[in-house]
Design a protein around this ligand. Structure first.
Ligand code: DSN
Length: 467
């Protein structure tokens, strides 16, 4: 029998969360109820597995391990070394990479830190980079700045010139990118996006990068699960460095990875490893690395390929149904897990549709559509099918989801009329006590609860709220 602590300052060390901190316990339980009772359509979220959650909550969180396997600044790292090596091997295997050609750093805390470390490794301060503009679906960390302000560290510390989608077609304008690159002469070209429903032309981007002796980096965060699942083109054939988060379509915990080409004489391996630590981060979060390793093992399975295929089939069905209702989608459809829905023809903002969705337990996010004037009141919403597919939903369920979304638009239009102004505060006030919203919420909650819940058993939730 293990010895129990008796010192009053230590008796809190072996009690459960429920016994120790009722407030935090309650928040966790309420959040679990929210997740189970709603339709999660945020394209960057997912429901990770019980095994991943378990690994994330382990005693590995106690250990400092600055450095790399076999070369640490702290003692006691024999098991952490084993963990990090295993995680690296699984990361390479999940993406079918030859360890002679590719290496990976599994220590980034998340996607934005992974990207900044990658930029630190690849280029010098004030060097020039080109990434997809945020209003075109790019990510903040790909050099985002506005007319008035350098927003991201990637534009503060580097010179950034974006490329964009053609607002008419919704597809990336590669011709214009090539022309602008010829003038700007970037040292780094970034592919990858947060809200782009189409495949990137990696070969075209490689060609443009080569015209300027530039590095080509892909941030595959959104689609890494689809790539591991062999349902999307692989950027590894064309890129020098590939970054990703691990919690979107890849369905792991919240973390980041940086893959780099090895043995090419430019020492990318050391440059990336040094950039992560000590340049940008301190000690790795070993509990998270364990959870990433579990997720990568799952992502390397044949079943995960079926998951990735179903994610895309669901997104395409959702796109087809929304188009069937007469709605406009950026680029007219999707090749991946996300649908970018342009609400400007309905004269609604993404914010208003997002707000009604929240009220009925459908979670989405407002999103800019190319050509929007304001990022604060964007003209569309982004929908992703990765989380619903983890809840075992299929194409028939997407028909139902599209019907709910269609009802939400008609509610939003009615409320906007009733509000008598375009202001959000009037819109929200006009939603108060709306019976149609209450009815739809009831239906959505009932519908959502008929599907399995990954990661935890919903019958054991001890929530203090009801929906
Ligand atoms: N915030 C993520 C997304 O929603 O795409 C990217 O970091």
């Amino acid at each position: 029998m293990a010895v129990k602590p008796t010192d009053p300052w230590n008796t809190c060390l072996n009690t459960t969360l429920e016994q120790e901190d009722k407030e935090i316990f309650q928040i966790v339980e309420n959040e679990k109820l929210r997740q189970w009772s709603g339709l999660e359509l945020i394209a960057s979220e997912n429901f990770t597995s019980q095994a991943v959650i378990e690994a994330n909550g382990t005693a590995l969180t106690n250990k400092y391990s600055e450095g790399l396997p076999g070369a640490r600044y702290y003692g006691g790292n024999e098991f952490i070394d084993e963990l990090e090596q295993l995680c690296r091997a699984r990361a390479l295997a999940a993406f079918g990479l030859d360890p002679e050609q590719w290496g990976v750093n599994v220590q980034p805390y998340s996607g934005s830190t992974a990207n900044f470390a990658a930029l630190t490794a690849l280029i010098q301060p004030q060097d020039r980079l080109m990434g997809l503009d945020l209003p075109s679906g790019g990510h903040l960390t790909h050099g985002y700045q506005t007319n008035k302000k350098k927003i991201s560290s990637s534009s503060i510390y580097f010179q950034s010139m974006p490329y964009q989608v053609n607002p008419e077609t919704g597809f990336i304008d590669y011709k214009r990118l090539e022309e602008n690159a010829a003038l700007f002469r970037p040292k780094l070209l970034i592919c990858g996006a947060s809200a782009y429903p189409r495949e990137f032309e990696y070969d075209t981007m490689r060609k443009i990068a080569d015209q300027h002796g530039a590095y080509l980096m892909c941030d595959m965060a959104h689609i890494s699960g689809l790539i591991a699942g062999k349902q999307a083109h692989s950027p590894f054939d064309f890129c020098d460095v590939v970054t990703t988060t691990t919690h979107k379509t890849l369905r792991g915990p919240r973390a980041g990875l940086i893959f780099f080409r090895r043995n090419r004489g430019d020492d990318l391996e050391n440059r990336v490893n040094q950039a992560v630590f000590p340049s940008c981060q301190g000690g790795p979060h070993n509990n998270t690395i364990a959870a990433v390793a579990v997720a990568l093992k799952q992502a390397g399975s044949p079943e995960f390929q079926q998951y990735a295929k179903q994610v895309i089939a669901n997104a395409q069905k959702l796109a087809e149904c929304l188009t069937g209702y007469g709605y406009k989608l950026a680029s007219g459809g999707t090749d991946n897990h996300l649908v970018l829905w342009d609400l400007k023809p309905q004269k609604l903002t993404g914010s208003k549709v997002e707000r009604i969705c929240d009220m009925v337990h459908i979670t989405i996010n407002k999103n800019s559509i190319a050509g929007d004037k304001s990022a604060v009141t964007p003209g569309g919403v982004r929908l992703g099918t990765n989380a619903l597919t983890s809840r075992s939903m299929k194409e028939d369920d997407m028909v139902k989801v599209a019907e709910y979304l269609h009802r939400i638009v008609s509610i939003a239009l009615r409320i906007q009329d009733k509000a008598g102004s375009k202001l959000m505060k009037d819109f929200v006030a006009a939603c108060d006590g709306d019976e149609e919203i209450a009815q739809l919420k009831k239906e959505v909650v009932e519908f959502a609860r008929t599907y399995p819940m990954p990661g935890f058993d919903p019958t054991t939730i001890k929530a203090s709220v009801t929906f």
